[in-house]
Design a protein around this ligand. Structure first.
Ligand SMILES: [Zn+2]
Length: 128
């Protein structure tokens, strides 16, 4: 089970957006659009299993880049300069607890039937 999931609200705690916001006394928070799971790859490009230390997340409005998209044959494809979010490393975000609204570390509670639930290490409230 993962500490951060799609749809979670997270706070950015490192990097360019964080540094800019801190200078202005702001916090950077956003919704996780995508979690990019990393895999260990051998020299033959075979997947050797998960590599959680390299997981990345795409957070709404964070780490914006301008992509210069060529016109393609497909009329539905946007072209020109497109602003989009680039992934950031998962260790650079912290989950925002839905109960206490603070950026928090995440713990897991395991039940006897083997199911797990995430909980907030600040207020101890279950997250989902
Ligand atoms: Zn909490």
């Amino acid at each position: 089970m993962e500490r951060i999931k799609k749809g979670d609200t997270v706070e950015v705690i490192a990097g360019r957006d964080f540094a800019n916001a801190r200078r202005q006394g702001r916090k950077v928070r956003g919704v996780v659009h995508r979690v990019i799971r990393a895999y260990k790859i051998d020299r033959h490009h075979r997947r050797l299993g998960r590599d959680p230390d390299k997981d990345r997340v795409v957070v709404q409005g964070v780490n914006l880049i301008t992509k210069h998209q060529r016109r393609t044959g497909d009329v539905r494809t946007q072209y020109g300069r497109i602003e989009m979010e680039a992934p950031i490393h998962i260790s650079n975000v912290m989950l925002v607890c839905p109960s206490c609204k603070e950026a928090t570390r995440v713990g897991f509670r395991v039940f006897e039937d083997g199911s797990k639930v995430r909980y907030c290490k600040r207020c101890n409230e279950a997250i989902d």
